[in-house]
Design a protein around this ligand. Structure first.
Ligand code: ADP
Length: 169
Protein backbone atom coordinates (compact mmCIF):
# COMPACT_ATOMS: atom_id res chain seq x y z
CA UNK A 1 0.00 0.00 0.00
CA UNK A 2 1.53 3.33 -0.99
CA UNK A 3 0.86 6.53 0.93
CA UNK A 4 2.20 7.66 4.28
CA UNK A 5 2.36 5.17 7.11
CA UNK A 6 -0.33 5.50 9.78
CA UNK A 7 0.63 6.58 13.28
CA UNK A 8 -0.43 4.83 16.46
CA UNK A 9 -0.59 7.11 19.50
CA UNK A 10 -0.86 5.34 22.81
CA UNK A 11 -0.27 6.14 26.47
CA UNK A 12 -2.23 6.70 29.66
CA UNK A 13 -5.22 8.99 29.76
CA UNK A 14 -3.95 12.41 30.77
CA UNK A 15 -0.49 11.90 29.23
CA UNK A 16 -1.21 14.65 26.71
CA UNK A 17 -2.14 12.82 23.50
CA UNK A 18 -5.07 15.12 22.61
CA UNK A 19 -3.05 18.24 23.41
CA UNK A 20 -0.17 17.15 21.18
CA UNK A 21 -2.47 15.96 18.44
CA UNK A 22 -4.40 19.21 18.40
CA UNK A 23 -1.19 21.15 17.79
CA UNK A 24 -0.09 18.73 15.14
CA UNK A 25 -3.38 19.04 13.25
CA UNK A 26 -3.36 22.83 13.50
CA UNK A 27 0.12 23.08 12.12
CA UNK A 28 -0.37 20.52 9.36
CA UNK A 29 -3.74 21.02 7.75
CA UNK A 30 -4.77 18.35 5.27
CA UNK A 31 -1.97 15.99 6.27
CA UNK A 32 -3.63 13.84 8.89
CA UNK A 33 -6.82 11.82 8.86
CA UNK A 34 -8.81 9.53 11.10
CA UNK A 35 -10.30 6.12 10.57
CA UNK A 36 -13.94 5.81 11.47
CA UNK A 37 -13.71 2.69 13.57
CA UNK A 38 -11.14 1.69 16.14
CA UNK A 39 -9.06 -1.41 16.76
CA UNK A 40 -9.72 -1.28 20.47
CA UNK A 41 -9.65 -3.99 23.07
CA UNK A 42 -13.36 -3.77 23.61
CA UNK A 43 -13.97 -4.25 19.94
CA UNK A 44 -11.98 -7.44 19.90
CA UNK A 45 -13.85 -8.98 22.76
CA UNK A 46 -16.98 -8.95 20.63
CA UNK A 47 -17.97 -12.08 18.71
CA UNK A 48 -17.61 -10.21 15.47
CA UNK A 49 -14.01 -9.38 16.22
CA UNK A 50 -12.57 -10.60 12.97
CA UNK A 51 -15.00 -8.63 10.86
CA UNK A 52 -14.38 -5.63 13.09
CA UNK A 53 -10.68 -5.89 12.54
CA UNK A 54 -11.10 -6.05 8.81
CA UNK A 55 -13.39 -3.01 8.75
CA UNK A 56 -10.93 -1.04 10.85
CA UNK A 57 -8.03 -1.99 8.66
CA UNK A 58 -9.94 -0.99 5.54
CA UNK A 59 -10.79 2.35 7.19
CA UNK A 60 -7.12 3.00 7.94
CA UNK A 61 -6.11 2.08 4.41
CA UNK A 62 -8.77 4.38 2.98
CA UNK A 63 -7.15 7.30 4.80
CA UNK A 64 -3.74 6.19 3.59
CA UNK A 65 -5.02 6.01 0.01
CA UNK A 66 -6.00 9.68 0.33
CA UNK A 67 -2.32 10.36 1.03
CA UNK A 68 -2.97 11.26 4.63
CA UNK A 69 -1.35 10.01 7.82
CA UNK A 70 -4.05 8.07 9.63
CA UNK A 71 -3.97 8.69 13.37
CA UNK A 72 -4.98 5.82 15.64
CA UNK A 73 -5.39 6.71 19.30
CA UNK A 74 -5.51 3.32 21.00
CA UNK A 75 -4.81 1.63 24.31
CA UNK A 76 -2.15 -1.05 24.77
CA UNK A 77 -4.44 -3.84 23.73
CA UNK A 78 -5.18 -1.85 20.59
CA UNK A 79 -1.43 -1.55 19.96
CA UNK A 80 -1.06 -5.31 20.21
CA UNK A 81 -4.02 -5.87 17.90
CA UNK A 82 -2.58 -3.54 15.28
CA UNK A 83 0.77 -5.33 15.55
CA UNK A 84 -1.01 -8.43 14.30
CA UNK A 85 -2.01 -6.66 11.07
CA UNK A 86 0.19 -5.65 8.15
CA UNK A 87 -0.60 -1.92 8.52
CA UNK A 88 3.00 -1.11 9.52
CA UNK A 89 2.31 2.12 11.39
CA UNK A 90 4.76 4.17 13.42
CA UNK A 91 4.14 3.31 17.07
CA UNK A 92 4.43 6.21 19.50
CA UNK A 93 3.85 6.11 23.22
CA UNK A 94 3.17 9.38 25.06
CA UNK A 95 3.99 9.15 28.75
CA UNK A 96 3.74 11.58 31.66
CA UNK A 97 6.96 12.48 33.51
CA UNK A 98 5.62 10.66 36.59
CA UNK A 99 2.43 9.28 38.10
CA UNK A 100 2.36 12.22 40.43
CA UNK A 101 2.37 14.71 37.57
CA UNK A 102 -0.23 12.64 35.73
CA UNK A 103 -2.51 12.78 38.75
CA UNK A 104 -2.13 16.55 38.97
CA UNK A 105 -2.91 16.97 35.28
CA UNK A 106 -5.96 14.74 35.47
CA UNK A 107 -7.22 16.68 38.48
CA UNK A 108 -6.67 19.98 36.70
CA UNK A 109 -8.39 18.73 33.56
CA UNK A 110 -11.44 18.29 35.74
CA UNK A 111 -12.88 15.35 33.83
CA UNK A 112 -12.60 12.68 36.51
CA UNK A 113 -14.45 11.55 39.57
CA UNK A 114 -12.36 10.28 42.47
CA UNK A 115 -13.24 6.76 41.37
CA UNK A 116 -12.33 7.16 37.70
CA UNK A 117 -9.14 8.94 38.73
CA UNK A 118 -8.06 5.91 40.77
CA UNK A 119 -8.81 3.61 37.86
CA UNK A 120 -6.89 5.77 35.44
CA UNK A 121 -3.87 5.95 37.71
CA UNK A 122 -3.81 2.18 38.16
CA UNK A 123 -4.04 1.70 34.40
CA UNK A 124 -1.35 4.33 33.89
CA UNK A 125 1.04 2.47 36.17
CA UNK A 126 0.72 -0.63 33.98
CA UNK A 127 0.91 1.41 30.81
CA UNK A 128 4.12 3.16 31.88
CA UNK A 129 5.72 -0.22 32.55
CA UNK A 130 4.61 -1.73 29.25
CA UNK A 131 5.91 1.21 27.26
CA UNK A 132 9.41 0.04 28.24
CA UNK A 133 8.92 -3.29 26.50
CA UNK A 134 11.68 -3.55 23.86
CA UNK A 135 10.43 -3.17 20.32
CA UNK A 136 6.85 -2.30 21.24
CA UNK A 137 7.15 1.40 20.36
CA UNK A 138 9.29 3.21 17.81
CA UNK A 139 9.38 6.26 20.08
CA UNK A 140 8.46 6.87 23.70
CA UNK A 141 7.84 10.57 24.29
CA UNK A 142 7.91 11.86 27.85
CA UNK A 143 5.54 14.80 27.93
CA UNK A 144 7.22 17.00 30.51
CA UNK A 145 7.77 20.22 28.56
CA UNK A 146 5.05 20.45 25.93
CA UNK A 147 7.42 22.19 23.52
CA UNK A 148 9.98 19.43 23.80
CA UNK A 149 7.39 16.66 23.50
CA UNK A 150 5.84 18.30 20.47
CA UNK A 151 9.24 18.65 18.79
CA UNK A 152 9.92 14.96 19.41
CA UNK A 153 6.55 13.99 17.99
CA UNK A 154 7.17 15.99 14.83
CA UNK A 155 10.63 14.49 14.51
CA UNK A 156 9.24 10.95 14.80
CA UNK A 157 6.73 11.72 12.04
CA UNK A 158 8.93 13.88 9.82
CA UNK A 159 9.41 11.33 7.05
CA UNK A 160 5.70 10.63 6.74
CA UNK A 161 4.79 14.33 6.95
CA UNK A 162 7.20 15.02 4.09
CA UNK A 163 5.66 12.18 2.11
CA UNK A 164 2.15 13.53 2.60
CA UNK A 165 3.25 17.08 1.76
CA UNK A 166 5.16 16.08 -1.35
CA UNK A 167 2.32 14.43 -3.19
CA UNK A 168 -0.51 16.11 -1.31
CA UNK A 169 -3.19 18.08 -3.11
P1 ADP B 1 -4.84 12.63 26.93
O1 ADP B 1 -5.40 13.05 25.61
O2 ADP B 1 -3.60 11.79 26.77
O3 ADP B 1 -5.83 12.00 27.83
P2 ADP B 1 -4.71 15.51 27.48
O4 ADP B 1 -4.15 16.01 26.20
O5 ADP B 1 -6.16 15.67 27.71
O6 ADP B 1 -4.31 13.96 27.68
O7 ADP B 1 -3.88 16.16 28.64
C1 ADP B 1 -4.27 16.02 30.01
C2 ADP B 1 -4.20 17.38 30.71
O8 ADP B 1 -2.83 17.75 30.87
C3 ADP B 1 -4.87 18.48 29.94
O9 ADP B 1 -5.56 19.31 30.84
C4 ADP B 1 -3.71 19.22 29.28
O10 ADP B 1 -3.99 20.59 29.09
C5 ADP B 1 -2.58 19.03 30.27
N1 ADP B 1 -1.24 18.92 29.65
C6 ADP B 1 -0.89 18.24 28.54
N2 ADP B 1 0.44 18.33 28.29
C7 ADP B 1 0.95 19.10 29.27
C8 ADP B 1 2.28 19.56 29.58
N3 ADP B 1 3.35 19.24 28.83
N4 ADP B 1 2.43 20.32 30.67
C9 ADP B 1 1.37 20.63 31.46
N5 ADP B 1 0.10 20.24 31.23
C10 ADP B 1 -0.13 19.48 30.15
Amino acid sequence: MSGPRPVVLSGPSGAGKSTLLKRLLQEHRGIFGFSVSRLSARYHEEPEARRGEWQSKAAVQAVQAMNRICVLDVDLQGVRNIKATDLQPIYISVQPPSLHVLEERLRQRNTETEESLEKRLAAARADMESSKEPGLFDAVIINDSLEQAYAELKEALSEEIKKAQRTGA
